[in-house]
Design a protein around this ligand. Structure first.
Ligand code: NAI
Ligand code: MG
Length: 364
């Protein structure tokens, strides 16, 4: 099977961090015989400058065909006053919507060397490696009715939590598939004690498990208790699957267990394609960081770890993904730091390219 990859560097530090990923992709081709058919295109402000839209139709069509899309970041002050319909973010939203990426994956992974960056004790977070799967296309952010209405002489604000069985079924499957490539454990979180959508959620997740994934260990937890457990002892979890609203909160909490924004990768997955691989978009959690763009200061690790996720979840190269993650770990253990990973002044931080050099050297 060929491995097809569409790279969309985007704006600000996007192209800077993506340049380091490109070198790593080449390394896997040269040294590990892992060949990728890579195409590169524009998204966000960069696409607007050329096409007058933040994502051209041809780019969208290509994104639908490839095994994985890898995106840098979009946006920046230059584009802040554009009409809403052509804002850089709309390019990203179009990708997510048209690819129907319903499962948002946010790992919380804490490298030993950075454990002191966490607000929690070293013991609690060192070596942490968990994955939150957030349902992304339904739930209370999309349910009808919604709005602010007049009722009995006062205003009432309404949002509706709504999940169909098929929406729960497909995100549960994504979580179980991921678990099989990791620690083989899923914890599903909802509030089945007070929400009917939670009762249905729990039922469907259990049913999918019993029918097709009995080998994966499944537990259920109320989402509020889950929040407590995430802060008390996060290492008890492997994969957490939850709805859009709870996932929004819990993934942000989990992210901060581990420290810098420059370290956080993510993925958004959709339905399996004809070749069995899911539709997939990989991107760092951070934005285009205009305050440091063009200065060679950006930390490329979030984007590099996003590529590691692509290796594991799109290309079935779990061992190669681990190889890349271990190279990152080694470089951090050796004390290589971009500016965002430094707690005190005094030493000179590594540049984006120097961090890339160090990771390539560790891979060798
Ligand atoms: P941001 O994530 O771009 O930056 C927040 C802070 O973190 C800044 O001080 C930045 O220098 C730092 N930072 C972020 N990534 C870093 C990295 N890799 N290495 C070192 N430091 C890093 O968020 P902000 O400032 O709110 O937004 C800036 C622009 O990015 C806006 O136009 C916003 O709309 C866009 N944005 C795009 C996103 C995306 O493409 N997915 C996500 C978030 C924001
Ligand atoms: Mg959020």
């Amino acid at each position: 099977m060929t491995n097809t990859l569409l790279i969309l560097p985007g704006d600000g530090i996007g192209p800077e961090v993506m340049a380091e990923v490109s070198r790593i992709i080449d390394w896997f081709g040269d040294k590990r015989g892992l060949k990728f058919d890579v195409s590169e295109d524009l998204v966000g402000g960069a696409a607007y400058d050329v096409h007058g839209v933040p994502l051209a139709d041809a780019t969208m069509a290509r994104a639908q065909e490839v095994d994985a899309v890898l995106l840098g970041a979009v946006g920046g002050p230059k584009y802040d006053n554009l009409d809403f319909s052509v804002k850089p973010e709309r390019g990203l939203l179009r990708l997510r919507k048209e690819m129907d990426l319903f499962a948002n994956l946010r790992p919380a992974q804490c490298f030993d060397a950075l454990a002191d960056f966490s607000s929690l004790k070293r013991d609690v977070v060192a070596g942490l490696d968990i994955m939150i799967v957030r349902e992304l296309t339904s739930g209370i952010y999309f349910g009808e009715p919604r709005g602010i209405f007049e009722e009995n002489g006062e205003r009432v604000g309404i949002n509706t939590q709504r999940y169909t069985e098929s929406e729960i079924d497909r995100v549960a499957r994504s979580a179980f598939e991921l678990a099989r490539k990791r620690g083989n454990k899923v914890c599903s979180m909802e509030k089945a004690n007070v929400m009917e959508s939670g009762i249905l959620w729990r039922e469907v997740v259990q049913r999918v498990h019993d029918a097709d994934y009995p080998d994966v260990e499944l537990s259920h937890m109320y989402a509020d208790a889950g929040g407590m457990q995430l802060c008390r002892w996060p290492k008890q979890f492997d994969v957490i699957v939850t709805d859009n609203l709870f996932g929004d909160l819990l993934s942000d909490v989990a992210a901060m267990l581990t420290g810098s924004l420059g370290m956080l990768p993510s993925a958004s997955l959709g339905a399996p394609m004809a070749n069995g691989r899911p539709k997939a978009l990989y991107e760092p959690v951070h934005g285009s960081a205009p305050d440091i763009a063009g200065q060679g200061k950006a930390n490329p690790i979030a984007c590099i770890l996003s590529f590691a996720m692509a290796l594991r979840y799109s290309f079935d190269q779990g061992e190669e993904a681990t190889r890349l993650e271990q190279a990152v770990e080694k470089v951090l253990a050796d004390g290589v730091r971009t500016a965002d990973l430094m707690q005190s002044e005094g030493t000179t931080p590594a540049s984006t390219a120097q961090m890339g050099d160090a990771i390539l050297a560790a891979l060798d």
